[in-house]
Structure formats: structure tokens, C-alpha cells
Design a protein around this ligand. Sequence first.
Ligand code: GLU
Ligand code: MG
Length: 467
Amino acid sequence: MTTLADPVPGGRPGDLERATALGGELAGRGVHGVVLAYVDTAGVARVKTVPTAKLPSAAAWGVGMSPVFDTFLADDSIVATDVLGSPDGDLRLYPDLDHLVVLSGQPGWAWAPVDRITQEGTRHPGCGRTALRRIVADAEQRHGITFRAGIEIEWAFGQGGAPDGEFVPAVAGPAYGATRQVELSDCAADLLAALAAQGVDVDQLHPEYAAGQFEVSVGALDPVAAADRSVLVRQTVRAVARRHGLKVSFSPAVTARGVGNGGHIHLSAWRDGVNLHSGGEGRYGMTAAAESFVAGLLARLPALTAVTAPSPASYLRLRPSQWAGVFTAWGRETREAAVRVVTGTQGVRDQAANLEVKPVDLAANPYLALGCLIAAGLDGLTSSASLPEEITGDPARLDAAEAAARGVRRLPSSLAGAVTAFRADALLRSALGPVLADAVIAVREGEIAAVDGLDDEQVAAAYRWAY
Ligand code: GLU
Ligand code: MG
């Protein structure tokens, strides 16, 4: 389990000794440097690195980095809020030693996610990982609820030698096709080996639907660790692909038309070690609490998309009948509903039952996305929200009257629509806190302005290699 205690100047008790021992061990294994990783508000993974010998100092005193990245856009231009976006100030990046791994895909390097705190030792209100730790800790303290989560990762392999900025699929062959698996046999085997060596519990790796597309799914962890893992897996996919002369796009829409890259989030709520999505009196074995949790998610999905689908490119993916789940509906194993109830197979349901939230992509900051999903679901749970009837088949076929009668709404079809819904959602804004919520709004508005006047192909091209 991820430690929920904040880092402190000088290190939490034992951190310095541990980092000193760990640094020695890493050096002995040929590790020269440690990548310190976080994700900004726009969803871009940012890093600093330190030589391995500096790991103890990083664990005790952190590593400096400007808070300005909280209001960076995906193209590295900068917007501002009342408190963020200025060239002033500095933060300390603290590596989480529990989640430090030696990068098998990048020999000579280790990797650790970071929390960012101020020079005064207080929480940085713009840090997404810190916000998620707080949300998870509150859920446990106030409601006795813990969570398990997993993030699916989809991407497209492009030919490394393609002209600058262009995407040329690295494999031919049909969706889920055996030919693709053969064509990328060595690369895929290296990827599995690297992930296994890094302690990532892979469930599946398979060729997906769109041109050059593959997917990896991984086992469930606590939410903070699941978000960390999503960042680590992408770093590894990118590194292994590069050694095979390939490029990788995690963008929601590698091209303007067709199926995009999702980052579906699997989530389950637990109380006293019992899975609330299994063994209950509700539909498909859900407990009353789990049904209300789903209802809470559905109610806030339009606002949630500002966090789970944060890029202008996200709205090229979020179209009906592309398995991206663009309607506020739930169903058992229904791939066009935004929330898919996964019961698992007879015999393992008490462990496996969970929810899959589909209108999430990999432009999303995974810490913010998980934090907001948890806040929305918990609000439903604590208010005993009632879950509407399930949907079967594609909700796109419902006419307006039937959709309205069933409470099925189309999710925002543009980032601007999502921002309007997010602005109006006091619960989600307060879950993130005012500084982070304002950063979300400012960054989304900045992205909207950045693509003003671009057509769909130009939008896809603008974000193709950003995430
Ligand atoms: N690629 C689809 C998406 O954009 C998901 C396909 C699947 O269900 O795995 O979400
Ligand atoms: Mg998939």
C-alpha cells in the first residue's frame, strides 16, 4: 500500500537511512541515475533526474522544480491562474521510495514517482499525487472505504523513420490480428520482460483495433500506486519501442477519424476487506453502496470529462460507437456504456468484480482522474443515490425521448462543454481544492485557445506525440 503520510523536510522517519542503503544497492546494480516523475495538469509526464549518489539527499530534502509546470500546456506554452503560472517560487520533489523501481527498459536508470511539497514543508496545493493521497486517506478515515484500481493503456506503434510529426503505423494486419503479434514479436516480448523485471503484474498484452494499436492491462493496486504504475508502464513502453526503432503515441486520437487510444479506469470500493461490488443484494451482486457509487459517477460524468478527457484531441476519440463510452449509462459488460459493470467469472467474483470507466484517456493526469472519480462515486455512496436501469446495446440508437426517460445523456462533445460542466460542479472542484481546480480550468481553456481555427486533422497532429 502507498504510504499516505506527506513527505517532510529531512525525510520521514527512516527515509534517509533507507535511501542511503537503496542508493548503494542501485549503484551496485549499475544504476547511474534516478528519474523523478510526475504528471502536470495538462497530462504531460515531466521529470527531473539525479545521479544515484544523490538519492539520499533527494529523499531528505527533495529536488527543486518550478511550480510553473502546473499551468503548462501540452505544447509547453504557459497560462496563469491567480496563484500559478508565474516564474516565481520553487518546489521540492520527493521520491516515493516504496515505488522506486530499476528500469529494465532503460538500463542504467531507476524511476520513482514524486510528491511535490513547498520549501516550507507544506503540501503543494497544485500536486495531483498529493491530492489523490489526501482523497484516498479521507475516504478511509471518514467512510471506512478503500479502493483498488487499474488503468488500461492503449497506444499506437508508429514507424520510427516516418517524416517528422507524421504517424505511419508500424504494423499492418487486422484488429486483434495474429499478424500484428508476429510482426512485433521481439518488441512485445522485450516489453513483457521489462515489465516483469520491474514488478509490473501484467494481465494481458494484445493487438487492438486501430492502426498500429496495442494494449496492456495490469493488475489492480491502491489508487495512488495504480496511477504511478500507469506512468511507469508508459515510460517502459516508450523506452522498449525506441530500442526497436519505433515511436509510440498515447494520444487519445492518433488520427482524426476512427477508434482512439483509451485509458479506461477500473475501480472497486472495499469496506473491511470486502469488495462492495460482489455478494450484495443489488443488480449483478452489487451492494447498495456499490450501486450508489455508480450512480454518483454517472451523475457527474459530464463534469468529470474535463479531468478524464482533458485534451482537445480527447473529443476526436469521444464519439459514439467507438467503444469509448460517451453516454451516461451503465451496463454489465456493455462496451458502449460509460460505466461497464464487470462481475468477473464465477468463483473469483469477490476479488474481481469492479467498474470500468471508459471515457478516460491517457491525456488525463491519472492522479487527478482517479481522485475525481473517487470523489464523485463517494458522493453517490454517502447520499445513497439511486442507480437507474441498466442499458444493453449501443445507447446511440435511443431516440431523444427514450434517452431522456432513461437518464441517458451524451457526454460533452467538446472540451469547452466539459469545462462548463466542471466549473459548475462544486463537489469536484472542492475535491481537488481551489488551486488545482483553477489550474484545471485555466489549462483546459488554454488548450481550447491553442487549437482555435484548427481542423480535426490538425488537432490530432498537434497532440499526437505529446502524452
Ligand atoms: N480503444 C477504445 C477506446 O478508445 C477501447 C477499446 C476497448 O474496449 O478495449 O476507449
Ligand atoms: Mg482496449
